[in-house]
Design a protein around this ligand. Structure first.
Ligand SMILES: [Zn+2]
Length: 451
């Protein structure tokens, strides 16, 4: 609400109608007669609004929906970055720091929308020129934010604890003194190996490239997890996931294996343990606690959630592997939950949740990743074949990366994506363009970036 105080009186001069804004309310007047009073955030008739800031061409591409009798091309007005349709304020863009030109704007009906009956709302597309580019420019934003880095941890008091985010069960005591160190990027090995290939004696380097092991009294900080030595994690505070443990074949593959571990109190997933088989007994060598599964005490100012780490996984993998396609798979069930095509990893959208009923419809500007996705968790007979075909197609494709997370977080991701699709007008939610065969029937969704 702080923005309100900064805005001076604005007036809209229209034939026979004037709209006045006094800092709190809009007054629509006909001569001396007041026709309507509206607060900035609650309008009697809300017009669904969705827009995307196209930073590289400085355009705001918006869509609104109006009753079929209303000719938006004729009636829409833009003044002081406020879109007004007849007596209704569609979107006060200035309130979310977007300023558009009043001169040039294009209003047209999208040709791929076809309302079926006349009571249905009719979509209109509006293109507006942005007066200033969205800052910072997308192309300059390459790095994703790192959450809970060693630098931040070192600023905390020494009495530090790591506990289960779900039930508060403690994993890591504060009684011991330990060092805090950053781990190199997850893709460090690949990068080094890539350079080694071009050298004359690669074996010399490879011999030195031992995996980084957990060390006692050292808290190693990775991008999405903490790596801890078994001596420093509270005994009995977690256990290996029995389903995954049963599936592990110790006669094959590497000597040590990463197996999912759960909180021993609430059984929520918390990370992975590195186990090896020694004299027919499995022995723990290290524990990774996923940052999105735990809480850090005392509470740091930020409490990142799963999607924050997903964003960093998507961006970092896309950068290293030059891929934009991902299969999201559950660690325990091994099910594919979603196919995700990274479309634009840094863009701004503006919307009023106009197509979602349970919402206060205030105008929001959000920094998001735009993705094209296929929800593979739904189990209708009709969608099954479509899902199966696409999963097979993506699984054999070498440029597609697998991202594996605890099942509970995969399901949450699918729910979040489905919810984000509802921000869009119905005709924009699904891909049905004949030129986009590879993603036919996929949905458009957004992953919020809080970094
Ligand atoms: Zn727990």
């Amino acid at each position: 609400m702080a923005i309100l105080a900064n805005i001076s009186l604005e007036e809209y001069q229209e034939p026979n109608l004037s709209t006045t804004y006094n800092g709190d309310h809009y007054y629509g007047q006909h001569g001396s007669q007041i026709l309507f009073v509206k607060t900035r955030f609650s309008f009697s008739s809300m017009i669904p609004f969705f827009a995307e800031e196209l930073g590289n061409i400085n355009v705001l591409r918006a869509t609104i929906a109006s009753e079929s009798r209303c000719d938006v091309a004729e009636l829409l007005q833009v003044k002081d970055s406020v879109l007004v349709l007849e007596n209704d304020i569609v979107a006060d863009l200035g309130s979310i720091n977007i300023f558009v030109s009043t001169q040039k704007f294009v209003v047209a009906q999208p040709n791929n929308s076809s309302p079926t009956n006349k009571d249905e709302l009719v979509p209109w597309e509006i293109k507006l020129s942005l007066l200033k580019p969205p800052t910072p420019l997308r192309s300059q934003q390459n790095d994703v934010k790192e959450w809970w880095t060693s630098k931040q941890l070192l600023k905390q008091p020494l009495e530090r604890q790591l506990q289960c985010r779900h039930c508060g069960h403690k994993f890591y005591g504060s009684s011991i003194e330990y060092k805090i160190k950053d781990l190199p990027s997850e893709h460090w090995y690949e990068l080094v190996e890539c350079w080694i290939c071009h050298e004359t004696k690669p074996e010399e380097h490879q011999a030195r490239m031992k995996p980084i092991l957990a060390r006692p009294h050292v808290l190693l900080v990775g991008t999405t997890y903490f790596l801890i030595h078994p001596d420093n994690i509270m005994k009995g505070s977690f256990q290996a996931d029995s389903v995954i443990l049963k599936r592990s074949n110790w006669d094959r593959g590497t000597l040590s294996k990463w197996i999912a571990v759960n909180c021993s109190k609430c059984q929520s997933p918390i990370g992975e343990g590195q186990y090896c088989m020694e004299d027919d007994e499995i022995k723990l060598q290290a524990v990774k606690l996923f940052k999105y599964c735990i809480d850090l005490l005392p509470n740091p100012s930020e409490r990142p959630i799963f999607t924050d780490f997903l964003v960093s996984d998507l961006v970092n993998t896309a950068k290293i592997h030059a891929t934009h396609r991902f299969l999201v798979q559950g660690r325990q069930s091994q099910r594919i939950y979603a196919l995700i095509w990274l479309f634009n990893w840094d863009t701004n959208i503006v919307h009023n949740n106009g197509y979602i009923e349970d919402s206060n419809h205030s105008l929001l500007r959000e920094r998001v990743m735009k993705v094209i996705y296929l929800d593979c968790s739904a189990t209708s007979v009709e969608s099954d074949q479509h899902v199966k075909n696409n999963v097979t197609l993506w699984s054999i494709d070498k440029s597609t990366d697998h991202l594996i997370y605890p099942d509970v977080h995969c399901q949450q991701l699918v729910d979040t994506l489905n919810q984000s699709t509802l921000i869009l007008p119905p005709f924009m939610r699904r891909i049905n363009h004949p030129a986009m065969l590879f993603t036919k029937g996929f949905s458009i969704g957004f992953i919020r970036r809080s970094d």
